[in-house]
Design a binder for this molecule. Structure first.
Ligand SMILES: [Zn+2]
Ligand SMILES: [Zn+2]
Length: 148
């Protein structure tokens, strides 16, 4: 999907589900990692995670667009546009937006730790300081079992 197609899709979802026009820019942002999209202030543009759009189906794409449009329209109506706000929660439920972006295909695990007592595993991208971290379940020390 190109930026232009994305722009048209966001405009269409805005009119259909919010009955209000989207009059700013929607673009893909390759630097977005953990989120599906972002409402950007002060310019009021939206950007979206290209890998999420490529990988996931229509329902997910529309759900992410609706989520970002909830931020957008509530902000412009001077209502609560943050996740914690009641206005946001209500509008999101009303239009059927996604509460959280689905997890992206996970990055390869570099460090694998395991609890020395209960065996619970802790895959991590970064090295952990084993003096400071213990097992979250049983509080026993962790050991490093694999490095990739
Ligand atoms: Zn959000
Ligand atoms: Zn444990």
């Amino acid at each position: 999907m190109s930026d232009q197609e994305l722009q048209r899709l966001v405009e269409a979802v805005s009119l259909r589900d919010f009955h209000r026009p989207f009059v700013h820019r929607a673009t893909f942002n390759r630097r977005l990692r953990s989120t599906g999209g972002r409402f950007h202030l002060p310019d009021e543009n939206l950007d979206f995670n290209p890998s999420l759009f490529a990988a996931e189906d229509e329902t997910v794409r529309i759900g992410i667009i609706r989520h970002e449009l909830c931020h957008y329209h509530l902000y412009r109506m001077h209502r609560g546009y943050h996740h914690r706000d009641q206005d946001f929660k209500q509008l999101l439920a009303q239009v059927g937006g996604l509460r959280y972006a689905p997890r992206l295909t996970s990055k390869p695990v570099r460090y694998l730790y395991r609890c020395s007592y209960c065996g619970l595993e802790y895959p991590r991208q970064r090295r952990m300081n084993l003096r400071r971290f213990a097992c979250g379940r049983c509080h026993h020390p962790l050991v490093l079992v694999a490095v990739n």
